[in-house]
Design a protein around this ligand. Structure first.
Ligand SMILES: [Ca+2]
Ligand SMILES: [Ca+2]
Length: 259
């Protein structure tokens, strides 16, 4: 939560931004205190401008449901029996309605970190996580990734490529993850318009690029953007299922930090 000065450092012809600057602009851990008193086991996650989620959750017409869960038997996020997390399901294969966060998000460079648990249900789950300029859409997506789960116990993370933010056709997966297990995801992005290199705790990211860490391993190093909207601030965090996908994902400890 500490905001400090940005120190541009000349390195040859490149300009480097040190990551001493950081500010959390969004945190969601589904604790009752953060949910306006509405986060309780089996409660519907509220949506609206004054909440943590802007729109499109709990929309039965589009197959989207979002509930607060508490699994005191398995403690799936390893935070004790009282921990609450978000359970998001999409039961209609053609629904593409995003769950999104908008207000308060505006950053040229930053870090998205979250824990996810893929319960491995269904056979074609493909959740896409998108960081967008403007609204939540494929064409406004700059950085993102997709979780593919074929139902055999192993999930794959692949880049969200091109203007349609689709998984790559020949499937050059960036990494794999176990379903029915807690996974830690960190995405660091730099959408500055010049040649500024972002230095953060763990690496560097060139302008227009992103790093992705999965369970402590760097699986994407300076990977490209889906759409080139370089120089515009990221204003929207959202996730959705691509058309034809359906399934459930559990999320916790979501943090969006400006760097
Ligand atoms: Ca939690
Ligand atoms: Ca890098």
């Amino acid at each position: 939560m500490i905001k400090s000065f940005v120190l541009p450092i000349l390195v040859g012809t490149l300009v480097s931004i040190q990551s001493g600057y950081s500010q959390d602009v969004y945190q969601e851990n589904f604790s009752p205190a953060e949910g306006h008193g509405q986060y309780a086991p089996d409660a519907v996650i509220p949506e609206g401008k004054s909440t943590k989620w802007a729109q499109a959750i709990n929309n039965p017409n589009n197959g989207i449901t979002a509930f607060v869960r508490q699994d005191d038997t398995n403690q799936i996020f390893g935070q004790g029996p009282d921990n609450l997390y978000g359970a998001f399901s999409d039961t209609i294969a053609d629904a593409t309605v995003p769950v999104e966060r908008t207000s308060g998000v505006r950053m040229m460079a930053g870090k998205l970190s979250l824990d996810f648990y893929d319960p491995g249900q269904g056979s074609s789950s493909n959740w896409v996580f998108r960081l967008c300029v403007g609204g939540a859409s494929n064409s406004r997506t700059v950085f993102g990734f997709i979780l593919l789960n074929k139902g055999d116990g192993t999930g794959f993370l692949c880049p969200a490529e091109g203007p349609h933010v689709n998984p790559p056709r020949d499937l050059p997966m960036l990494g794999s993850y176990p379903t029915n297990a807690r996974n830690a995801l960190v995405l660091v992005f730099n959408n500055r318009s010049d040649s500024t290199v972002l230095n953060y705790d763990g690496g560097t990211v060139a302008a227009g690029r992103m790093d992705i860490w999965l369970n402590g391993q760097l699986i994407a190093d300076d990977a490209g953007a889906a759409n080139s909207l370089q120089g515009s601030p990221i204003t929207n965090l959202n996730f959705t299922l691509k058309s034809g996908g359906h399934g459930t994902i559990y999320l916790d400890n979501i943090t969006l930090t400006e760097l």
